[in-house]
Design a protein around this ligand. Sequence first.
Ligand code: 5AD
Ligand code: SF4
Length: 445
Amino acid sequence: MQRIYIETYGCQQNEADSEKILGMALEMGYEKTDNKEDADLIIVNTCAVREHAELKALSNTGQLKHIKEKNPSLLIGVCGCMIQQEHRKEDIKMKYPYVDFVFGTNMLDRFPQIMKEVKSRKKRSFFVESYDVNKGEIKEGIPVARAFDHSALVSIMYGCNNFCTYCVVPYVRGRERSRKPECIIEEVRDLAAKGYKEIMLLGQNVNSYGKDIENGINFAELLRRLCKVEGDFVLKFMTSHPKDATHELIDVMAENKKVERHFHLPLQSGSDRILKIMNRRYTRDAFYSLTEYMKEKIPGISITTDIIVGFPGETEEDFADTLDMMKRIRFDGVFSFVYSKRKGTPAAVMEDQISDEVKKERMGRLLSLQTEIQTEKNREYVGKTIRALVEGESKSNPNRLSARSKEGKLIHFDRFNGSDELVGKFVDIKITSAEAIMLLGEVIK
Ligand code: 5AD
Ligand code: SF4
């Protein structure tokens, strides 16, 4: 039997794509392996959102050379956002001769045909189409080999229309295309019936779900309908754009126990001037009001965000505005990124690029402020009992299991006799102590 190994970089959309590639491969008769050295086919699913992610994917692709030398019949394929950029496709062509084929983000469903062609041609193949020739019709019914049996990813839309000036995603993932609501509802119904406890709805901007479908429904309505699906599961979603996040959506969350008590709302910058140059199309006041509305309607909600540090032209005053927003909103978590130039985006050629030194210094200040806020916020949970889904062994301590609450909080507890049987189940945990990144607790039996 032929064996496939898939290496995935980047966001959950890429994880979801890899689950489809594996699903198709299994149908083609492949078997999954977790050992590259053992594989007959290696797929590297790449990310392009920051330079660091690209360099990591490229360097790991470089290491495959030795495996190929030992096993010349090995086939190596590279896919994902990175190779959807012309210059990176050329890099693979010129500098990575042991890569046998590449395929774009808009032809995932053609993976079986691609493999057939690769095997029959016996020469290097580059299947990359730009998004203008592909209107991006969504193929339903692709088999999915899910990575977990209690938590599932469900893409509800693909692409992005927003063109934030720093971001490469609209170029490598094309325009917004929404799946039909009935297909999504059917998939969620099937997952709930199979006992999945956590279902993550995915899209680059879930808040504009349905806008591209004639007589389509909006995201709030989709969520409302999904809440009616029978079963004991939590509905999560990622990612929201503040300019499109509505009160209606927050009301649906408030009214339905099935939806997580967590909202990930990327701020990017707290300065109106920078937000404008980023083409984000909201103000700091509008963002703040939205978070206030969430806190009022959903007491105890946890709010997390993304922030970019060192966007071109960011002054000390602009950065102070970002820190000020963090102090006012008190996020439960901040994913902070140093600005990374992306070829072909407007921000990459803007004047006043910020030096690495300044970026690093600002990042340090942001992190120490956030650690302080997060520790204080997490301490509020001590003594409380919260319901959480047990995910498995803790990544940092094999003597502990980790669980995730509806607020998105990571909770660790000591393993005990029989505790491993709780994996994939909801439990009540009494919180005993708190750190910045996690809570510690005891399962209440
Ligand atoms: N540089 C740094 N961070 C970026 N992000 C997107 N593009 C860039 C870039 N060029 C961040 C944004 C986004 C998250 C997924 O990645 O904060 O929300
Ligand atoms: Fe990138 Fe902005 Fe689209 Fe998010 S909304 S994927 S940051 S362009």
